[in-house]
Design a protein around this ligand. Structure first.
Ligand code: LLP
Length: 425
């Protein structure tokens, strides 16, 4: 049996009835490392990055991988070696970038709640830019920089008030979100920033949401950003770079988001048409670089057919794969070794003691106890959001490169989990 590649997952395919990531047989990996097990394709991540690089050929652009999507050191190192900078949202993330060999000078620091110690450490490391999210933060950053005798490079995150047409929890650029500075206050905020001696104005940024599958919200956001750049520069503050954030969607369930190069072809045409063709650009893609490159292998522990529902209980849970419980997100679930028997309809659930611990509703699957399944499109916002709820060890991670499979994170142990705790008395 030879089935073609799974849709949207170019490096994940069946060969002779067995599911592979690149040239690595997933059943063999599960046997070696246990389950649940995250497996990523290096080629798939580099191909996703190449789409951005193609789109930007000949332009002055810094691609800053939004590492919150998947913050494993080996993956950060992969993107650093491929020329990426990083978008971080905490000192913890910056520490990971530096540990993995990334450059602080190519790293931007986003987030609405940066603390003074985080600002200090980032300044001392030589951070490329702070994406400032409020007027109050601007004042604190100025004080911290002056205290160190430094100037902080800043960009101001503006809220372009466009609807990204995505899930409300992951839409960030509308009025009423906690992110960014309202349109109406942008020019005066830039004037204030330019007047503060501890700050050096570098750019402007926005991020309108995540899992965006249409081009139009980006085109609208770019128009609003360019209107703002014009107004800010008329007010006497030069803007060196324009950062359009991240947000490009992936294929979870047949979505067809634009390719990064096609999207940027349109955005660059708009920049050129409005006379901004030479302006330096930044982007902050997260999910679109890693999401479709990963999956989670899990074992069917028990089948529990019932009157109303049939439950397929797997050994991965909401602590490993939090997106269904948090956003009602859909992840495809496929067998590692497909059976030929007719499928039944299953509620695929984890072992955690919560009804919200489901991974897939009403899935047609032909399964037996002990089978291995793959939860697809699990490269982004799964392991990085994983928790220890129910004192479950976080899963191991493997990065596949052709026929080589590197264990990039060992399975956590109970000792690891309890290392920082103390009994009293
Ligand atoms: N830049 C900023 C300022 C962000 O807040 C984010 C994501 C990104 C870039 C990267 O966005 P991406 O390209 O990955 O869409 N946990 C949610 C997604 C939260 C996104 C948060 N911000 C999920 O699993 O769908």
């Amino acid at each position: 049996m030879h089935t073609p590649h799974l849709p949207g997952q170019p490096h994940i395919a069946y060969h002779d009835g067995e599911l592979f990531v690149e040239e690595a047989n997933l059943s063999a990996l599960a046997q070696q490392h246990g389950t649940p097990l995250f497996v990523y394709s290096k080629a798939s991540m580099l191909a996703a990055l190449a789409a951005y690089q193609r789109g930007f050929a000949g332009r002055q652009v810094q691609i800053c991988y939004a590492m919150k999507a998947n913050s494993s050191l080996a993956i950060i190192a992969l993107f650093a070696q491929a020329g990426c900078g990083f978008d971080v949202v905490s000192l913890g993330e910056l520490t990971r970038v530096l540990r993995a060999g990334g450059l602080a000078s190519r790293t931007i620091f986003s987030g609405v709640g940066k603390t003074r110690p985080e600002m200090q450490a980032a300044l001392q490391a030589g951070i490329g830019c702070f994406n400032v999210e409020s007027e109050a933060e601007l004042e604190v950053l100025n004080e911290v920089a002056l205290g160190l005798g430094l100037q902080a490079p800043v960009s101001i995150r503006v809220n372009p008030n466009v609807d990204p047409q995505t899930h409300p929890y992951i839409s960030t650029g509308l009025k009423g979100n906690k992110f960014g500075i309202a349109h109406e206050r942008v020019v005066q905020t830039y004037q204030r920033a330019a007047a503060l001696p501890g700050l050096r104005v570098m750019g402007i940024d926005c991020h309108i949401g995540s899992q965006i599958t249409q081009e139009s919200p980006y085109l609208d956001a770019m128009d609003r950003m360019l209107d703002l750049v014009e107004a800010i520069e008329v007010a006497g503050v030069p803007i060196r770079h324009i950062d359009l954030g991240g947000g490009l969607g992936i294929n979870y369930n047949g979505e067809t988001p634009p390719e990064a190069d096609a999207l940027w072809c349109q955005l660059l045409a708009k920049l050129d048409a409005r006379g901004f063709g030479q302006r330096a650009l930044m982007v902050e893609p997260g999910r679109s670089l890693v999401g479709n490159a990963g999956l989670c292998v899990t074992e069917v522990l028990y089948l529990k057919p019932g009157e109303q529902k049939n439950f397929c209980i797997i050994d991965a849970a909401m602590n490993d794969l939090p997106r269904p419980a948090m956003y009602q997100a859909f992840h495809q679930i496929v067998p590692l070794q497909p059976r030929t028997t007719a499928p039944d309809t299953w509620e695929v659930v984890g072992p955690i003691c919560e009804s919200g611990d489901w991974i897939g509703h009403d899935r047609p699957l032909s399964v037996a106890q002990g089978d291995l399944l793959a939860v697809l499109s699990a490269g982004a916002y799964c392991m990085s959001m994983a928790s220890n709820y129910n004192t479950r060890n976080r899963a191991a991670e493997v990065l596949v490169d052709g026929s080589l499979a590197h264990l990039i994170r060992a399975r956590e142990s109970y000792a690891d989990q309890m290392r920082l705790e103390h009994l009293i008395g």
